[in-house]
Ligand binder design. Structure first.
Ligand SMILES: *Cc1c(COP(=O)(O)O)cnc(C)c1O
Length: 393
């Protein structure tokens, strides 16, 4: 099998053709010429399919499942992909097991599921034993039967806890429960949930997959053609479709994902090492740190540990001074882009985190510059009393 970089530069692209471009342009069409029977036409109406999606879907499937056929379905955001799995597969009366932490909007999806009559069971990402017990519990719910779906998010955003995909998939599959993993933080280069036993890998491509901070997108990948058909039908029915231009931009950016993920891996470790030395930093988390609570499992199942480092500064004001003093790290949400970003996560109010909790996502800058900037901002946050003026000195 080829390496990640070789795969990434060609993923989903057609064979080279004389006088053809290296990558076909976006196909902007709401409908296609459609003589005859629509059932056999590859493309007919734009809500159902588009060759630019097909290229991106092939690329994502090749990266998430190298060497083994898989089917990817792209969506206009990670939340659309998440909803496709959670609301597309679950029926009233069925049971779903989900993390009690994880991406903040997952809480709202859990509420929606419960309102629609799905039995929702939750356990924290860092408690494999409890997640496994819930996934294997068939006494819950109004009807007998094992949970229909176990949803995992590892590493979890923003707490960076990790769970053991293989172990949990084995526990769930013993009862016929489907397993879906939110693979946003790791990217397909950092972790391959399908190889670890998951039935579905789901992600927001708005983060490190696209990596340029200019597109929202999501995807679902599975090796099961029937599951893929259900997910695709959900997309067509809800009309939650990605624009061809966004699909094309994301596909173009994929050619460098191996370079970005590798640089982010080393940058994250360098920044984490600098944060560790700071006297006012507590709760430092990054799955690549050998003493991180999630490291043992992460080292087994991840090939790269992602771009996010989280930590806690003494209070809200201290964290705000730190963010204001950074020059190479934008105060912005999201993560995984070529430019480093950081934010005080508590400002959203949706995560159970301390006021001084900072989620810092490294970009692809030079590690020495990033580390120097973080060190300088930590020192400035320590000495200043009021928020610093960005870029003034
Ligand atoms: C951002 C994110 C999502 C949602 O993706 P969008 O593209 O913003 O809709 C889902 N899961 C995780 C882990 C995320 O970080």
């Amino acid at each position: 099998m080829t390496g990640d970089g070789t795969r990434a530069v060609r993923a989903g692209l057609p064979e080279a053709e004389p006088y053809g471009p290296p990558m076909p342009g976006p196909v902007l069409a709401s409908h296609f010429h459609l003589p005859g029977d629509p059932a056999v036409a590859p493309y007919g109406y734009g809500r159902e399919g588009n060759p630019t999606w097909t290229g991106l879907e092939r690329a994502i499937a090749e990266l998430e499942s190298p060497g083994q056929e898989a089917h990817a379905v792209v969506f206009p955001s990670g939340m659309a992909a998440t909803s496709a799995v959670l609301t597309g597969l679950l029926r009233p009366g069925e049971t779903a097991v989900l993390p009690s932490d994880g991406y903040q909007l997952l809480a709202r999806v859990r509420d929606r599921l419960a309102e629609s009559g799905v039995h929702v069971r939750t356990a924290p990402t860092d408690d494999d034993a409890q997640l496994a017990a819930l996934a294997a519990d068939d006494r819950d719910g109004s009807r007998p039967g094992a949970p229909r779906l176990l949803w995992l998010e590892t590493p979890a955003n923003p707490g960076l806890d990790v769970c053991d995909i293989r172990r949990l998939a084995d526990a769930a599959h013993g009862r016929g429960t489907l397993v879906a993993v939110d693979n946003t933080l790791a990217t397909p280069l950092g972790q391959r949930p399908l190889d670890l036993g998951a039935d579905l890998s789901v992600a927001s491509g708005s983060k490190a997959l696209n990596g340029h901070g200019d597109v929202l997108l999501g995807y679902v990948v599975t090796r099961d053609a029937e599951l893929a058909a259900v997910i695709r039908r959900w997309r067509t029915t809800t009309g939650a479709i990605l624009g061809p231009m966004e699909a094309w931009l994301a596909h173009r950016g994929l050619a460098t994902i191996h370079l970005r993920v590798e640089r982010q891996r080393t940058n994250a470790l360098a920044v984490a090492a600098a944060l560790r030395e700071a006297p006012d930093v507590t709760g430092l988390r990054h799955p690549g740190l050998p003493d991180d609570p999630g490291h043992a499992v992460a080292a087994r199942q991840m090939r790269s540990f992602g771009c996010v480092v989280s930590f806690v500064l003494p209070d809200r004001e201290h964290a705000e001074r730190f963010l204001a003093a950074l020059r190479l790290v934008d105060d912005a949400t999201s993560f995984g882009g070529v430019r480093s970003t950081a934010e005080r996560r508590g400002r959203w109010g949706g995560d159970a985190v301390p006021e001084g909790f900072v989620r810092l996502a490294v970009g692809v800058e030079d590690p020495e510059d990033l580390v120097a900037d973080v060190r300088r901002a930590l020192a400035a946050a320590r000495t200043e009393v009021s928020p610093g003026t960005r870029g003034a000195t």
